[in-house]
Design a protein around this ligand. Structure first.
Ligand code: MG
Length: 419
């Protein structure tokens, strides 16, 4: 064998996948960043991470997330939380390139050694196949990256701002590029450090700018990036074909959550309950609008998901939540339910206090709560009780509320140990 033959790659080579999920991704519509939106009950990010973890030659997966997306990340990847190969997420930057740099820096700090090869992958490409990953890994060399690409089949036109064609582009030699993009770790880290977090849209461009050569390997049409509403429909169709051959899903697992909240009475002429102003000879004191019902329900939902409490998600010390409408907290808890693949099916609330009288407003409050929760009125119960003049509620010092909710979680998203 000639001396110049490349050293045979062995399974000892340490490959780590870096998933870039820091974008806001609002192009696809819907309130949630697209990488957290579920497709057939599973968040896109979770599907992507699972596809990477399923590959025998990938030692670990590192996800880069937006600064305010930790709760979404935790909800999406809760079923994988016991997998030590999923590294703790790192916070990205303002651009994709900056986010990748931060991810690479985190990998460089791994105590038992940085990877030999890093596969940089878009969070919104959940259909990456093992064969594609093999092709990329097989083509990465000590001083060369490898990226999947597909030939352009459509004729390419150039047009002006009025959509008038100004010419035809010779498509020979043009390629559509995908991810994962594989690179030897040290050179791509150096290239990204030198590029310094600019606005290049893929990592091969960073490598090119640093003089690192990059080889194309065959991409895969199914490895498309979910960007538009059409892409979501295409992803649903793709998964429907797979699901048609799979055995019927086991029954979902019910999770019960409970929440409790109290606010102290102060000066005022109304209290907020279920997002409605209810006349009262006092107001409730709070950093937000002090809606005890919505706070208790929000905590009950977070409880069913085992995702902390309202104070963790919306710290009272944060000025952004001063006088906030509590429906916003509830909407966040419902978003987390969707990200987790769960479905809220029932809510039962008890308001505890001597005032205001709830009976005259009960059905309106119940209807409003049902609307906020996206439930039918029959799935929402709203009760009220006094405490017979006993305790702090009996002395008119404050108002309390308790809530219990039921959420159905897909069985496959609940680790066996947590069933
Ligand atoms: Mg509260």
């Amino acid at each position: 064998m000639p001396e110049s033959a490349p050293k045979e790659k062995t399974l000892l080579q340490r490959n780590i996948a870096l998933v870039v999920a820091a974008g806001r991704g609002l192009r696809a519509g819907g309130g949630l960043p697209k990488q957290y939106r579920p497709i057939r009950g599973r968040a896109i990010l979770r599907r992507t991470v699972e596809a990477l973890l399923a590959h025998r030659r990938i030692a670990a997966v590192q996800v880069v997330i937006a600064a305010d997306a930790r709760a979404f990340y935790d909800a999406a990847l809760a079923p994988l939380c016991d997998d030590a190969r999923l590294l703790a997420p790192v916070t990205g930057g303002a651009s994709r390139q900056e986010s990748v740099l931060r991810g690479l820096e985190a990998l460089a700090r791994i105590p038992d050694g940085a990877p030999d090869v890093v596969l940089i992958h878009d969070a919104a490409r959940p259909f990456v196949s093992a064969a594609l990953i093999d092709r990329v890994l097989g083509a990465v060399e000590a001083e060369r990256g490898a990226i999947p690409a597909l030939p352009l089949v459509d004729t390419v036109k150039r047009a002006d701002d009025e959509c008038l064609v100004t010419g035809t582009v010779e498509r020979h030699g043009l390629w559509r590029v995908q991810t994962p993009q594989g690179f030897p770790f040290a050179p791509i880290l150096a290239a990204h450090r030198r590029a310094g977090g600019g606005a290049l849209t893929d990592d091969a461009a960073v490598a090119e700018a640093a003089g690192l050569s990059v080889r194309l390997v065959p991409g895969d049409e199914d490895n498309f990036k979910i960007t538009t509403a059409d892409d979501f429909r295409r992803a649903e169709r793709l998964l429907a074909t797979v699901a048609a051959d799979a055995p019927a899903a086991p029954a979902p697992i019910p999770r019960i959550g409970q929440g409790f909240d109290v606010h102290r009475f102060g000066p005022g002429d109304h209290v907020m309950l279920c997002g409605l102003a209810i006349p009262c000879d006092a107001g409730l004191i709070g950093h937000s609008d002090a809606d005890v019902v919505l706070h208790a329900v929000t905590d009950a939902i977070l409880g069913a998901l085992a995702l902390g409490d309202i104070g963790q998600h919306f710290p009272p010390s944060d000025p952004r939540f001063k006088d906030a409408a509590s429906a916003r907290f509830l909407a966040h808890a419902l978003d987390l339910t969707r990200v987790r693949g769960g479905r809220l099916v029932h809510c039962d609330v008890t308001i505890i206090g001597e005032k205001p009288r709830i009976a005259p407003h009960r059905e309106r409050l119940r209807g409003e709560l049902a609307a906020l929760l996206g439930l039918k009125r029959e799935a929402v119960s709203l009760k009220a009780t006094t405490t017979e003049k006993l305790g702090f509620t009996g002395r008119d010092e404050g108002l309390a509320a308790q809530a219990v909710v039921t959420i159905l979680l897909p069985a496959e998203s609940v680790p066996a140990a947590a069933r």
